[in-house]
Design a binder for this molecule. Structure first.
Ligand SMILES: Cc1cc2nc3c(=O)[nH]c(=O)nc-3n(C[C@H](O)[C@H](O)[C@H](O)COP(=O)(O)O)c2cc1C
Length: 224
């Protein structure tokens, strides 16, 4: 990578880190706010599954707030906004960013790193249409500027709870999904929720680890 390209990427908010011997692209997210003008009751009242989105993109502050509210770190001990059986944290969030979906963020799939409050690039490119196709062709999904794919890695929870860890992981995904719905409403956005998709195809399209089972996909954007 030449110096000029590095400088351009730095201006875009990227920095480069080495993990496991491989260069990785990481985007540091702005700190989330802990106050809002929208009451919890308003967010609950307005929450609906949204299936029509405006073409308007989001900014990095909105993305940071959305991911933090969904399953970010809310306590110095590393505890999160969603509860977790035995604090085993089997849930991961992957952000699918469309072309011009988020200002300064190229299209691609990013892994949310809660402790670092960062996004790590997993797969570059426009993948929303492929995700919608793998979701029984629910084409409305691809209208949203972003999608959050919520995955569960059962073995993290099963290491402590055995078979019951599967049930606990799926419950935890439900908690994060409702958090996302409410945080989206508090941001003046709307979210959809999709459980109907071909699991293996989603994993192949996103290039996420095979052990991270996709359990829900939530398109997010301005309501149309
Ligand atoms: C686990 C789960 C899976 C769902 N999957 C889909 C889906 O694949 N496609 C869709 O359009 N809506 C899906 N929904 C949304 C429901 O249809 C919706 O929640 C229901 O109609 C009630 O509407 P509301 O969310 O606006 O209150 C899903 C909801 C849940 C909880």
């Amino acid at each position: 990578m030449n110096l000029m390209w590095s400088a351009i990427m730095m201006m875009l908010g990227f920095f480069f880190s080495s993990g496991g011997g491989q260069a990785a692209e990481v985007i540091k997210l702005p700190p989330p706010a802990h106050k809002s003008a929208v009451s919890l009751e308003d967010a609950l009242l307005r929450r609906r599954t949204v299936r029509h989105f405006a073409s308007r993109g989001l900014d990095l502050n909105q993305v940071s707030q959305l991911l933090w509210g969904t399953d970010g770190v809310s306590d110095p001990r590393g505890l999160r906004t969603a509860p977790s059986a035995g604090a085993t944290y089997p849930v991961d969030l992957y952000l699918v960013v469309g072309e011009r979906g988020v200002a300064t963020v190229p299209a691609g799939v990013y892994h949310y790193l809660p402790k670092e409050n960062s996004l790590k690039l997993i797969t570059p490119g426009e993948l929303r249409p492929a995700v919608a196709r793998a979701s029984l062709s629910q084409s409305w999904m691809a209208e949203a500027p972003i999608m959050v794919v919520i995955t569960g890695e059962y073995r993290r929870c099963m290491a402590r709870y055995g078979e019951r860890g599967i049930r606990y992981t799926i419950m935890e995904v439900g908690h994060t999904a409702e958090n996302l719905f409410l945080q989206a409403e508090a941001l003046g956005l709307g979210a959809g929720i999709v459980g109907a998709f071909e699991d293996r195809t989603i994993t192949q399209v996103l290039k996420t680890p095979a052990a991270h089972e996709p359990l829900l996909i939530m398109p997010v954007g301005y309501k149309h």
